[in-house]
Ligand binder design. Sequence first.
Ligand code: SF4
Length: 95
Amino acid sequence: MSFYWAEADEHPGGTVPSALTTAVAPMRLAMRGTDRATPRCVALDGEIGRSVACRIYALRPSPCREFNWHGEQGEPNERCNRARQRHGLPPLPPP
Ligand code: SF4
């Protein structure tokens, strides 16, 4: 997902490290690696299916901040299970 370019740290108040972003449209950025057919965010450390973590969690862009993880506030998130399926992982149980 893309986000407004002023979220990048080269702009006043921006937080997202610019070096980890790529322009995808006028005034829109995306995290490098997420604009590929097989997306993998450049800020994601670790091995999918074992242990992963966002290297810039405190600085992440708005689409990441607005994404509810599966089970957050007791609600399921089918997007998590679709992403897991793409990596050959089983779905998460209902929260
Ligand atoms: S939460 Fe972090 S690792 Fe995940 S897409 Fe956002 S910036 Fe990348």
